[in-house]
Design a protein around this ligand. Sequence first.
Ligand code: SAH
Length: 361
Amino acid sequence: MDFLYVSLENLVGVNVINILDYSLEELKSWMSENGEKEFRAKQVFDWIYKEVFVFDNMNNIPKGIKEKLNAAFYVGIPELIKVYNSIDSHTKKFLFKYNDGSIIECVEMEYDYGNSICVSTQVGCKMGCKFCASTIGGMLRNLTSGEILAQIIKVQNIVKKRISNVVLMGSGEPLDNYDNVIKFLEISNAEYGLNIGQRHITLSTCGIVPKIYELAELKLQITLAISLHAPTDNERKEIMPIANKYSIKELMDACNYYIEKTGKRITFEYALVKDVNDNEKNANELGRLVKNLLCHVNIIPVNNVTENNFQKPSNKRLDDFSNILNSFGINNTVRKEMGSDINAACGQLRKSYINSLEEGC
Ligand code: SAH
């Protein structure tokens, strides 16, 4: 009877932990608490980060430890539901399912300088930005650090290439899932983990001001990207509810503090929407707002989302906008579009997949 109880418990996953949620220090402590030598922790992670996901296949781990590992942990690699290849052949979009059924998406992009991945940090998003598909169904839950890491591990495993750059720009608001995201940054950067340099990681936020201050204290070398999208409070409130909570002045003060603490240049993202935030006045206001900041402005032609009516501006509008920023001496680029044929904008793919399931019911 006891035996049946234990095996059932394992089957349903009660008390079984995703080992990817553990740092090396935590796994070392677990080893010693369980009467094993701490160095076993590093051996286990060596296997996992070399894509051996089954404890029983870890050759240098004694049988007794394997049994303990099997009883306590699982390796939380999500299931691949679908992969979409862009016709540009440099972009792939993946739909993954975690073991509770949550579906998320991530995008892999191949550049001359290396392979980059855009990861999700939450299932859905609660920030409510008007142009963004991720937020349409609200937020279901936070992803754990291990679940975010697993997106990279799984993509590397599928494409058989090393991922060297990470952007936290998939579904979700990273600073609304602060502790898990910080732990994710730590393990993806660690030598025992994915060994991705902090300078190759970009965290994008809609601007949760207190968390920007908290992040600044860590003095990380990651790039902070701020989704600004409008140069005045009134216009920003029209498209981003977070602007009701924090003014642009408060946001800029936090950015200044971040720059002072880290010495790092900030990126401002500005999704250009036809007839909403793309006129000369907007460009001049943006120029005046950021001209004294150590920053770069990323102008992104808005990606059309079925559920809203936002349209991309013409190429001329994009160039004019960029030229006005140039006249202020502001470093800026117009983002090259990749993968728009496969719904590569934030949250679009997950949304269209869930819609198709609902239509099929
Ligand atoms: N929540 C974070 C990160 C996720 S979104 C943030 O707000 O920054 C990543 C970026 O994609 C953000 O700048 C977001 O505003 C932008 N984005 C979302 N939907 C978009 C769309 N339809 N077209 C262009 N950019 C979009």
